[in-house]
Every structure is written in C-alpha cells, then in structure tokens.
Design a protein around this ligand. Structure first.
Ligand SMILES: Nc1nc2c(ncn2[C@@H]2O[C@H](COP(=O)(O)OP(=O)(O)O)[C@@H](O)[C@H]2O)c(=O)[nH]1
Ligand SMILES: [Mg+2]
Length: 317
C-alpha cells in the first residue's frame, strides 16, 4: 500500500555524510596549486557534500512520507492505535527543522571558509550538523517505527464498501463467497490477531469492496480490549453500509443484542437480513421477520447467489 523510503538512523546518516565529505575533501586537496587555495577548496567541498547528503536524505523522507492528513480516515484510525498523531506530526516537523538548520549553518560555514580559508570552520560545521542530527534521532527512530506500521497495513482501497457483521456461523463467509467469488484477500490488522477478508464485486462498472472481519464484528462489544475497539472504529471509517446477518436456527436474543450494539457503535446504515431460510422453520422466520420489520427480500439464503446479489444491490445501489 505505502511505498516508503529507507530511513537512516541519525548515526548512520552522520557517518555517511562525514565519510563522503572527507573523501571529497581528500580528492580536492590532492590537486595541484597553492596550499592555501587547495585547503579552502577542499574544506568548501567537504561542507557542501555533507550538507547535500544530509538534506537530500531528509527531504526524501518528507517528500515520500504521507502526511497524517493525507491518509485515508481508515488508516488514520489504525495508526492512532499505535502512534499518537501529534508524535507523527512532530517527527516530520523535526526533520524539516533539521533541514532548515543544516541549510543555515552550511551557508554560514561556507562564507567563513571562503573569507578566512580556515579549516576550523568546516570542523565546526561537522560538529554542529552532527549535533543537529543527534537531536532528531528519536524522531527518526519514530518514523522508522511508523513506516513499519504503515507497511503492515491491510491493502484497503477507497471505494464503496459493505461490511458484513453477525454472530459466528450465521453465513457471513458464505455470503461473501457467493457475492465475490473466490477473489478474497486476507489481511491482518496490525497489532491485533484479527484478520480481515476483502472481496470485490463490480456492478455497472462500479467496483465495490466487501469486508468480513472474523472475530471483530461477530461478538459482543463488552469484553473488548482497547485495540479491538479501535480496530472497530477504523472499520467504521471505512464502511459505507453494514449488512447484519441473523441465523434463525441459532439463539436469537444474543444476536439482537449484538445488532443493537453495532447500530450504536457505527454511524452508518445497518441493513438486516435473516439467513438460512432454506433450513429454518417457516413460522420462526415469519415471526422474526415481523419483529425486525423486514421486507420479504430481507429473508435470504446465502447459498443462493441471486439472493445475495439482490440484497447487495438493494443496499449499495
Ligand atoms: N442451509 C444453509 N446453510 C448455510 C447458509 N448460509 C451458510 N450456511 C452454512 O452455515 C455454516 C456457517 O457459514 P459461514 O459462512 O462459515 O458463517 P460465518 O461464520 O458467519 O462466516 C456453513 O456450514 C455454511 O455452509 C444458508 O443460507 N443455508
Ligand atoms: Mg466466516
């Protein structure tokens, strides 16, 4: 999903910049001409190379890192689970601070070297630039962690999305399979053991995303830990609609309880369908349908592809 640059630690970056700087300085010093001029040219070159390497690396980080605001809501919420958003902004801000600082002290050092020809100013520059990089070392480490986190993110696209919820064994996977065929991807939420199944369906040139999250939207909210709750929050940012499946052959009340919780937790439309009409008792079905105030199309069999498609089009169309 995210193509992020390699992020060096501050020690790595200092080492590389100083090494390249002294290579360049040695090369310039080995040329012919008066000693004073060679020293001046060589120290100028050192400062320029060090400045160029540090600024290029840091600018690549800023350029290639999505800003928090650029991230889709779903990813913002997932990132919030691991990292406070202020810290993300602060880290990128610190990198920018360092770029500006290096630019300033580089200019100063070059002016002093040009007028005095004294190598002490390039040593001073090396000391100050290393120290600036050391000052952002926590922030660089933080960005390395953020990068790892972003890399683990499930590959979710921005398109109309239906999320399937309901107790275990009510037929969510069957519904998903019949609607999307076998093209279901499996991805993990970072930092939870939960996984999400992502399928796609195209209707009239519009692609839709269908998501089933086993273990997340199939049990009561009460015993949830913070990470699970936030993963649920992330889903709520992603979903345009929820299909809640009820299995009339299982105990009904816990399912209704979960339905209420899901309606409460998500601020998006929830459509209810009663599944397994092929095996459920006709009276039970009818009684439940009335209780839930569903139209007759709200009673389906997920094994019947046409009925899956019909209810899907009704919800998303
Ligand atoms: N008879 C019947 N069985 C179904 C129907 N939908 C699902 N099942 C079965 O119910 C069981 C659980 O379905 P599954 O899709 O895995 O449920 P999930 O846990 O909600 O994903 C499986 O054995 C399915 O074959 C249906 O409409 N009719
Ligand atoms: Mg399933």
């Amino acid at each position: 999903m995210f193509n992020l640059p390699y992020i060096p630690t501050s020690a790595e970056l200092v080492d590389r910049a100083l090494r390249e700087g002294s290579r360049e300085a040695r090369a310039k010093r080995a040329t012919k001409g008066p000693r004073e001029i060679r020293i001046r040219k060589s120290e100028e070159a050192r400062v320029k190379v060090i400045g160029r390497i540090i600024k290029a690396e840091l600018r690549a980080i800023i350029r290639n890192f999505p800003s928090y605001e650029q991230l889709p809501e779903f990813y913002q919420r997932l990132l919030d689970i691991r990292i406070e958003k202020d810290r993300y902004k602060k880290s990128l801000g610190a990198v920018q601070w360092c770029i500006n600082g290096i630019e300033r002290i580089e200019g100063e050092a070059l002016r002093k070297i040009r007028t005095s020809g004294d190598a002490k100013f390039s040593r001073e520059f090396m000391g100050r630039s290393s120290s600036m990089l050391r000052q952002i070392s926590d922030e660089l480490n933080e960005l390395i962690e953020i990068k790892e986190t972003l890399r683990e993110f499930p590959d979710i696209e921005e398109m109309p999305t239906l999320v399937i919820a309901g107790y275990p064994n009510v037929g969510k996977s069957t519904f998903m399979y019949n609607l999307t065929g076998s093209r279901v991807k499996i991805a993990s939420y970072p930092f939870t053991t939960q996984r999400i199944l992502i399928g796609h369906r195209e209707i009239k040139h519009q692609r839709y995303q269908i998501i089933d999250s086993p273990g997340l939207l199939d049990r009561s909210m009460e015993k949830r830990n913070r990470i699970e709750l936030q993963a649920i929050l992330a889903i709520s940012e992603l979903a345009d609609a929820i299909l809640f499946l009820i299995d009339p052959t299982q105990e009904i009340e816990p399912q209704i309880h979960l339905l209420k919780e899901i309606k409460k937790s998500f601020k998006i439309p929830v459509t209810v369908a009663i599944n397994k009409k092929d095996i459920a008792n006709a009276e039970t079905l009818e009684e439940l349908r009335r209780r839930l105030k569903l139209p007759s199309t709200g009673v389906i069999s997920a094994r019947n592809r046409g009925e899956c498609e019909a209810i899907f089009e009704e919800i998303m169309g």
